[in-house]
Design a protein around this ligand. Structure first.
Ligand code: OAD
Ligand code: ZN
Length: 248
């Protein structure tokens, strides 16, 4: 891949890199995305699964769905896209991953600084006393309950809920300070997460989009690569190596 001069030069002078990722980065690991051709939300309604009232109405059903997703996630592995992102840390001092995914694949690929905007499927907590239960839960007697009697739910963000404030604030800071802000595999339609792209843009960051198709933020991207993240990111990484060799 031949990079355009502006992006190539930008890579040479940049220090702070952010990767803002969505379901598309994990698509090649076999984890279905939410929107698009084979998206989960084509078949299922978010309001029947990913919200607190749905959980109170039918915790069993919501848990079945999350346990199904957990199984898919456990059977999957980081792909070339996650691995390329982790490798960026060899070439830049400050690399931050801000993800909307709950699947742990960035961590498993070796990325160190990760902010999770929508929670993590490996954690659970009691809806009444907020005690965390991060070990394997026992479903043999129905939906697991806390010592206090409260229902245990997955620690993921549902529609209508606030994002974890510390993760969002840290992500905003990273977006503001970034030199290059990669937007990878996200439709960029779910807020407040998607707002980070505009925050980065307003702060003068160079916006690089990687997606298989155009999105809501393509028009504000400084450069777009339309292709699979697992193919495009390793190619960009190869260019990074050239940039850095040239400088040394
Ligand atoms: P979406 O499913 O909305 O978007 C996935 C994006 O990935 C689309 O833009 C696809 O074109 C793109 N894509 C698919 N395969 C790709 C590949 N191999 N390489 C690169 N891009 C690819 O997922 P998100 O944007 O993450 O929230 O969705 C945001 C939030 O909506 C999720 O975190 C979830 C969902 O409802 C909650 O559950 C709170
Ligand atoms: Zn409790």
């Amino acid at each position: 891949m031949e990079l355009n001069k502006t992006f190539f030069n930008k890579l040479a002078v940049s220090e702070k890199i952010v990767f803002f990722t969505g379901a598309g980065i994990s698509a090649e690991s076999g984890i279905p995305t939410f929107r698009g051709k084979d998206g989960i939300w084509n078949k299922l309604k978010p309001e029947e699964l990913a919200n607190f009232n749905a959980f109170m109405r039918n915790p069993q059903m919501v848990w079945e769905w999350y346990n199904h997703r957990k199984k898919i996630i456990h059977e999957s592995n980081p792909n070339a896209g996650h691995i390329a992102i982790a490798e960026f840390e060899k070439y830049f001092d400050d690399v931050t991953v801000v993800t909307q995914n709950i699947d742990n694949l960035h961590r498993r690929a070796g990325s160190k600084k990760i902010y999770e905007l929508h929670g993590n499927i490996e954690r659970n907590y009691c809806i009444d006393c907020k005690t965390f239960y991060n070990k394997e839960l026992d479903f043999s007697e129905g939906v697991p309950r806390c010592k206090c009697g409260g229902l245990i739910r997955p620690d993921v963000v549902w529609f209508g809920e606030f994002l974890p404030a510390d993760q969002l604030e840290a992500s905003e800071k990273a977006a503001i300070n970034s030199d290059i802000f990669f937007v990878v595999g996200t439709s960029a339609v779910v807020y407040p997460a998607a707002g980070l792209v505009y925050t980065a843009k307003r702060s003068g960051s160079y916006i690089v989009e990687v997606n298989i198709e155009e999105t809501e933020v393509s028009s504000i991207a400084d450069i777009s690569f339309f292709g699979e993240a697992g193919k495009v990111l390793p190619e960009i990484l190869e260019e990074v190596k050239k940039v850095k060799e040239k400088r040394n």
